[in-house]
Design a protein around this ligand. Structure first.
Ligand SMILES: Nc1ncnc2c1ncn2[C@@H]1O[C@H](COP(=O)(O)OP(=O)(O)O)[C@@H](O)[C@H]1O
Ligand SMILES: Cc1ncc(COP(=O)(O)O)c(N)n1
Length: 269
């Protein structure tokens, strides 16, 4: 029996109606990791994540109301941000970060392709939020958009992580889930005076939706449990690889789908 009160993690991001990514993936990750998840929804995604017409942005006051309600009452131990559909929404988060109200902040700077009209403004607003992050987890494409140059190779990823750290976050992980140059899934990690890669065998599974969301949410959950950043990164990497592996044969829907963050496939029930 577990009698210890679970730590609270707050996710600020978009609702993905498929349940594979966004807030839904975050909350599932927290539940699987023994943390209580609270949420502030920034936008509602209707279907495809790549089509702008399917994104309903919530207004800044609606986002602010959720943040106030959660932060006023719950002892939030870590915060994760994901998708924003407007720069105004990021402004609400930024003011709370500046006030010191967002401990252990993990910023996953989600920049969906052409899906969002104000993508440039969102990238600029995220740049203002990054100095308050403990960890930032852009993928190569997001790092490219934030920095204004093409992050392609593993060397580029390390350089990008280094440049992004100089903008403020304590740790930057440039994830390389889409880097199909070898048998490894490679991420470049940078913190002051510490540069390295995290690597795991690339899984060739059918389902990989939400791997970035699960990775960043798992980092936040471990920080909430009291891990150091280095411990949290190692845990998150192991969790996401196992989750992709365990969902390799799943068929939820016609398109590639979610990963097995809860470990159902390997659980003895
Ligand atoms: N096929 C895979 N096999 C193993 N690890 C993967 C695979 N795809 C992604 N990962 C890992 O999942 C994490 C999230 O990365 P990524 O997929 O790049 O994020 P995003 O979903 O934001 O693009 C990283 O640690 C990455 O290396
Ligand atoms: C609502 C929402 N938020 C985030 C992502 C990106 O997720 P990921 O970083 O896992 O590709 C997404 N596809 N949808």
């Amino acid at each position: 029996m577990i009698s210890v009160t679970p730590p609270v993690v707050l996710s600020i991001g978009g609702s993905d109606c498929s349940g594979g990514s966004g807030i839904q993936a975050d909350l599932k990750t927290y539940a699987a990791m023994g943390a209580h998840g609270a949420s502030a929804v920034t936008a509602i995604m209707a279907t495809s994540v790549r089509v702008s017409a399917d994104i309903l942005p919530l207004t800044a006051p609606v986002i602010a109301g959720q943040l106030t309600a959660v932060l006023d009452d719950l002892p939030v131990a870590a915060v994760k941000t994901g998708m924003f559909a407007s720069a105004d929404g990021i402004g609400e988060v930024l003011s709370r970060a500046k006030a010191g109200a967002l401990p252990n902040l993990v910023v996953d700077p989600v920049l969906l392709n052409e899906g969002i009209r104000s993508r440039r403004q969102i990238a600029m607003a995220l740049e203002r939020l990054l100095p308050y992050a403990m960890v930032a987890t852009p993928n190569r494409e997001e790092a490219s958009a934030l920095l204004g140059w093409q992050v392609a190779t593993p060397d580029d990823m390390a350089q990008a992580a280094r440049e992004l750290v100089s903008g403020g976050p304590q740790y930057v992980v440039v994830t390389g889930g889409d880097l199909v140059t070898g048998t490894e899934a490679l991420d470049a990690v940078w913190a002051a005076g510490e540069e390295r890669y995290m690597s795991a065998p690339r899984v060739m599974g059918r389902n990989q939706v939400g791997s970035g969301a699960v990775f960043s949410a798992a980092i936040a959950a471990r920080l909430a449990h009291g891990d150091s950043v280095v411990e949290a990164l190692a845990y998150a990497k192991g969790l996401v690889v196992r989750a992709i592996q365990d969902a390799a044969e799943w068929r939820i829907g016609t398109a590639p789908g979610p990963i097995d963050v809860c470990g159902w496939s390997s659980a003895v029930i």
